[in-house]
Design a protein around this ligand. Structure first.
Ligand code: ADP
Ligand code: ZN
Ligand code: MG
Length: 491
């Protein structure tokens, strides 16, 4: 269903085109060009000094860690690093930018020509070009009393001023709102793996502007783009892009022209609003920053930096699929965060069957965590617990039914699996003669299934195992039971 009531036939005539500009705050200890602490929040205007306040005569000194993080992030998205890059002044007036300019990079950014893959509508990987990754500094914040057109007072907090950023600019290669969502998800995942940012959208450490245009399918030139700003979650960005595509198609269908402008997303109303016109090319009067030398990141330094580049999500998934015999979907879930993947691999290496570890985590633990609204970190069951459970299943000392009961107990009392197992350990029946008797009874009661088995349908054995399990209230030793059922049926 379309959002704006435009018919699917009309929507289908147009090709949307989207390019993203993503700002990412780097997790350095201090700011980009001064020694102030780089930390979210704090009392207003307490994390400031003459340099980040832009006082006359104060000079910037580039933060080495910020450069190293920028190089790491750039490499992780397949960019080429420029040995020599240049900082430039981007001049504009804004109350929360006291210098009257932002130190950024212009025609010689630190990195260019990257890419990453996103799944398209059919799930096939689609390559999205990354034009550049450049370094810059964040501005301060304006804090308003009142809302929108009834703002009564505005305060300036410069704590954020000078926070190191990288801006990652994509090529106009994205075609749908879903691809935008996938691109951002992939990008965030990669950045989190590299550890250069916490990518916390609520605190503004990852921010995204979406450039959207539409053209008639088959047209040779892109349409005029509008830039959607102020969207603070990936889901809202998807909605904002969807809305913006339809709005522009509506404008064109009514004989109008799309204006080049910045638009704000209003989440409550589910629409975008014009913010300021960008009719003329803005003139930032970029020029090389005279207070900073050219930045040289030579081969030796690059090599040193790249030692900190971890195995990235895509590579880790491929390796784990091969190493632990996982399917794509399971590998996706297990590598969702590095910690989660580390935990799984820790358990998978210790346990006799990695496959069972994966199953316990993915089916048993995940569902219980969701139900209890707990995060992975809050799980009562440790990875040692998972290893024990997996090994007990593997050796046949625990049935999957018993495991489920024990895990339920773990979540009921928030105790780890080994403790619960020790206490509630099933009084297993491992006495061959007792189990044999139960198997005989079930076989005698089900002549039809016996015939099926003898007729070659050997999977019917599972039916008998199930019946005996039921009769024994889940306490028959599963390994022994399996063996006896087949032996009796074959006799
Ligand atoms: P500007 O000069 O307005 O900043 P750029 O060419 O630098 O524009 O591109 C900024 C972003 O907009 C990039 O992510 C780019 O991919 C995207 N973009 C450029 N042209 C279009 C277009 N016609 N439609 C959608 N996105 C576009
Ligand atoms: Zn400072
Ligand atoms: Mg630009």
């Amino acid at each position: 269903m379309s959002i704006t009531g435009i018919s699917p036939e009309v929507l289908a005539k147009y090709q949307p085109v989207i390019g993203l500009e993503v700002h990412v705050q780097l997790l350095t200890a201090s700011k980009a060009f001064c020694g102030c602490v780089n930390k979210y929040g704090g009392d207003p205007n307490t994390h400031v000094c003459p340099t980040c306040l832009g006082l006359p005569g104060a000079l910037p000194v580039l933060n080495r860690q910020a450069v190293e993080f920028a190089v790491l992030a750039a490499k992780a998205i397949n960019c080429e690093i420029r040995e020599t890059s240049v900082f430039s002044r981007k001049n504009y007036f804004y109350p929360d930018s006291p210098k009257g300019y932002q130190i950024s990079q212009f025609d010689k950014p630190i990195a260019e020509n990257g890419f990453l893959y996103v799944p398209d509508a059919s799930g096939a990987p689609k390559k999205i070009g990354i034009t550049r990754l450049h370094m810059e500094e964040d501005a301060g914040k304006s804090v308003h009393d009142g809302f929108a057109d009834s703002v009564t007072r505005t305060y300036i907090d410069l704590n954020r001023c000078g926070t190191p950023l990288v801006e990652i600019v994509s090529e106009p290669d994205l075609r749908t709102a879903d691809e935008v969502f996938e691109y951002l998800t992939k990008l965030k995942e990669i950045l989190l793996y590299t550890g250069v940012s916490d990518c916390n959208m609520e605190e503004g450490s990852l921010r995204c502007d979406a450039n959207v245009s539409v053209m008639l399918k088959g047209a040779k030139e892109f349409g005029t783009k509008a830039e959607v700003k102020n969207v603070n979650s990936f889901r809202y960005i998807r909605s904002a892009v969807e809305y913006e595509i339809e709005r522009q198609i509506g404008v064109i269908e009514e004989g109008g022209r799309v204006t080049q402008e910045s638009r704000l997303w209003n989440n409550a109303e589910g629409r975008t609003y014009s913010m300021r016109s960008k009719e003329q090319a803005h003139d930032y009067r970029y020029f090389p920053e005279p207070d900073l030398p050219v930045l040289v990141v030579g081969a030796a330094w690059q090599e040193e930096i790249l030692k900190a580049l971890p195995e990235l999500p895509e590579a880790r998934r491929a390796r784990m699929i091969a190493e632990y015999d996982l399917n794509q979907q399971d590998a996706m879930t297990l590598t969702a965060t590095q910690t989660f993947a580390d935990q799984f691999e820790f358990a998978a290496k210790k346990a006799k069957s990695p496959k069972r570890v994966a199953n316990i985590i993915l089916s048993e633990l995940t569902s219980r965590l969701n139900l209890a609204e707990l995060t992975q970190e809050q799980s009562p069951v440790s990875m040692e617990g998972v290893v024990l459970a997996a090994d007990l299943l593997e050796s046949g000392d625990l049935s999957s039914k018993m495991l489920k009961q024990l895990l339920d107990s773990c979540f009921a009392t928030m105790e780890d699996f080994p403790a619960v197992y020790e206490r509630e350990k099933p009084q297993q029946i491992s006495d061959t003669s007792v189990i044999e008797k139960m198997v005989d009874e079930v076989i005698a009661a089900n002549p039809k299934q016996v015939e099926q088995f003898k007729g070659g349908k050997r999977t019917v054995a599972a039916f008998f195992v199930g019946q005996v399990m039921k009769a024994s209230k889940g306490q028959a030793n599963p390994a022994l039971l399996n063996e006896l059922v087949v032996k009796k049926l074959d006799a």
